[in-house]
Write a protein that binds this ligand. Structure first.
Ligand SMILES: Cc1cc2nc3c(=O)[nH]c(=O)nc-3n(C[C@H](O)[C@H](O)[C@H](O)COP(=O)(O)OP(=O)(O)OC[C@H]3O[C@@H](n4cnc5c(N)ncnc54)[C@H](O)[C@@H]3O)c2cc1C
Length: 502
């Protein structure tokens, strides 16, 4: 099988490589693997397919709400009987087309849980390859020739609210940090983003759209893959929910942290008892499929500020702080991000998201039934964990100290009191208002042991030929950073590994 993928949307097909899911990872894989005109590549996506010139506003421009059909609409049952949204992009571009475009990198220590062959030294090359950092591209730990532009707001452009936040962080003892990607850096400074002015530079924009006209690449939108086809210990293709069959030399799963385990379970690949519990036959037992979910957990600190600090039409995100919760032994386990909140009554607030980066505990994502339409069952234990709650409380008090030192607060006494708030009050606040940050990883984690991991260090599924997984689901533990750049870098690595297999 070489050259053009045979078959058109609407019919069945054959391709050398079939990629399931056109998100952060899938777009990179399709672009890189189709560079060889002798390899046919078919990219299958459950959601709609828009060319960049025709993107709807919510996919083009940052900070617009994204709903069905572009968001899967998954829900998490969390602490205190609360139901949290668990957003995931459902469109060609995946979550890279619906996300906040914050372009932070993992830190070197985040790779400690990765297989030894994939440490920081190796992954740094891929992190550099994907970017064109317009401020620091010439530095050794940056790139200046990749497809993703990385930009920051210069200090003179910051709003008074953002200036005040930085002042407050410095007053609270944080350092100024011009480049959050510099290894060893810490503190507060401009937030790096993958955007072009106010438009998100998703991986459709950066990677896929420029190569869409290649003869050996086909993209099928509105194609929900129902299950994998397995014969004699080898994955030989996929079956789509509408009955189409695609035969493949290699299948790559890039359906993401939620949908990969669902697709594998539906295919009989995963924990034997769980699969039988759905009334399905076990094709290949892999106990770790769907387990080991880790993710960031967020609460907000809010305080009233003078309306003149938040000019109309200003960009939402300009600065960010990486800090360590007071007393915590986990470096940079708190991320503080300030935004202006404009209330209908004309009042204005600073809202600082306090995001816990290195959570204790692990959850799971499994199917609630055997049908494609059955939703994910997401066990998300992070808000209930006492250690997470203690560090979040301290992070919230740190945010109050930042506002106290910012010169922004209208009610200085109230903010000073917030910095000493009791555990009891903050536990109630956590219960009533925590939310998920959508940086989940780990449901098909990589590792050497097939009893505790799903893919090996070359991203091949343990014990099954012809199947690889390349996306957030293989990342062993959530890094102290947002996850899009990491997944994109991993996909560059994955494309090399898969190309080497033929
Ligand atoms: C709302 C939101 C905001 C975020 N903000 C940021 C941010 O600012 N910065 C950052 O770094 N990270 C952010 N993230 C996280 C980051 O975007 C994700 O970690 C990353 O995009 C995951 O990439 P992926 O390739 O693993 O999965 P995805 O990009 O989610 O791609 C998976 C794709 O597979 C498709 N798919 C799933 N199942 C099937 C199936 N059975 N058949 C066919 N197709 C299927 C999906 O529709 C989707 O398009 C955010 C995420 C969300 C949801």
């Amino acid at each position: 099988m070489t050259g053009t993928p045979s078959g058109m949307p609407g019919a069945s097909a054959t391709a050398d490589v079939v990629i399931v899911g056109a998100g952060s990872a899938g777009c990179v894989l399709a672009a890189r693997l189709s560079e060889d005109p002798g390899r046919s590549v078919l990219l299958l996506e459950a959601g709609p397919d828009h060319r960049v010139a025709e993107l709807p506003a919510e996919l083009r421009t940052l900070s617009k709400p994204v709903a069905w059909p572009y968001n899967w609409g998954d829900k998490v049952a969390s602490t205190g009987g609360r139901e949290l949204n668990y957003a995931r992009g459902r469109v060609v571009g995946g979550s890279s087309a619906t996300n906040g475009a914050v372009a932070l990198r993992p830190e070197p220590e985040d790779f400690a849980s990765w297989p030894a062959a994939l440490g920081w030294d190796r992954m740094l090359g891929y992190l550099n390859r994907i970017e064109n950092d317009l401020d620091f591209g010439g530095d050794a730990y940056h790139g200046d020739a990749g497809p993703i532009p990385i930009v920051r707001h210069a200090e003179p452009d910051w709003t008074p609210l953002q200036h005040g936040f930085v002042t407050g962080c410095l007053d609270a003892g944080l350092e100024f940090c011009a480049d959050h990607s510099r290894p060893g850096s810490t503190g507060v400074g401009p937030i790096p983003m993958n955007r072009n002015d106010r438009d998100r530079v998703s991986n459709v924009v950066a990677y896929l759209d420029p190569v869409r006209d290649r003869a050996n690449l086909a993209v099928w939108g509105d194609c929900h893959v129902a299950r994998l086809l397995v014969a004699d210990g080898r994955v030989v293709g996929v079956e789509c929910a509408d009955g189409r069959i695609v035969h493949a030399g290699q299948v790559v799963l890039s359906a993401g942290v939620v949908q990969n385990p669902l697709l594998l379970w539906r295919s009989g690949i995963g924990p034997a008892a769980g699969i039988r519990g759905l009334g399905l036959d076990v094709v290949h037992e892999l106990p770790a499929v769907g387990g080991n979910l880790t993710d960031h957990l967020v609460i907000s600190y809010r305080a009233a500020v003078d309306p003149s600090s938040t000019p109309e039409g200003a960009p939402t995100l300009q600065t960010i702080a990486r800090a360590t919760a007071p007393g915590s032994d986990r470096r940079h386990d708190i991320q503080l991000t300030p935004v202006a909140r404009r209330n209908p009554d004309g009042s204005r607030e600073i809202e600082i998201s306090v995001a816990l980066q290195l959570p204790t505990g692990a959850g799971s994502i499994t199917p609630s039934g055997a049908e494609v339409s059955d939703p994910a069952r997401i066990v998300w234990p992070f808000a209930a964990d006492p250690d997470n709650r203690a560090r979040l409380r301290d992070g919230w008090r740190l945010a109050a100290r930042v506002v106290a030192g910012s010169g922004l607060a209208l009610d200085k006494a109230a903010v000073a009191a917030d910095a000493e708030e009791t555990d009891e009050v903050l536990d109630r606040l956590i219960d009533e208002s925590h939310y998920a940050f959508y940086h989940g990883v780990g449901t098909c984690r990589m590792g050497d042991d097939a009893s505790t991991s799903v893919a090996d260090a070359e991203l091949r599924v343990h014990g099954l030929d012809g199947l690889s997984i390349v996306d957030a689901s293989v990342v062993p533990t959530v890094p102290r950073a947002n996850t899009h750049l990491l997944v994109t870098a991993l996909a560059e690595l994955g494309a090399e590994l898969i190309a080497a297999r033929g």
